[in-house]
Design a protein around this ligand. Sequence first.
Ligand SMILES: [Zn+2]
Ligand SMILES: [Zn+2]
Length: 139
Amino acid sequence: MSPAISPDPTVHRLRSRGARVTSARVAVLDVLTRSDRALTHREIEDGLAGMRVDRVTVYRVLEWLTSEGLAHRIADDDRVTRFSAAGDSEHAHAHFKCGACGGVYCIPTGPALKLRLPAGFRAGEVELTIKGTCAHCAA
Ligand SMILES: [Zn+2]
Ligand SMILES: [Zn+2]
């Protein structure tokens, strides 16, 4: 019996965009998708340990994923840039920063957080960071 080939959702996501599927792209997107919180460049490299993806390639892949809307960049007040996998419809959402562990999480915004802009104002990017304690640290 031959083992069933399970369709890899990450590969599928890249293919469905007509993107060139490289092992580095799949690996980096995979690390981001598997994490429940945003990752720093360093953490992404750690997640790729043993995969022989060099630092420059990681930078390039992150640039590419960001420009393709497959990941987004979160600039923090501590000047650390973190990355998170994002679906196409998740552009406007909030971030939650835990004061205890420093973890940054993407938070989908419900209707309660919809902001009403004055007439004539047009939103570009929305950046909203909630500070507090994450579930891991509050437990
Ligand atoms: Zn925490
Ligand atoms: Zn986010």
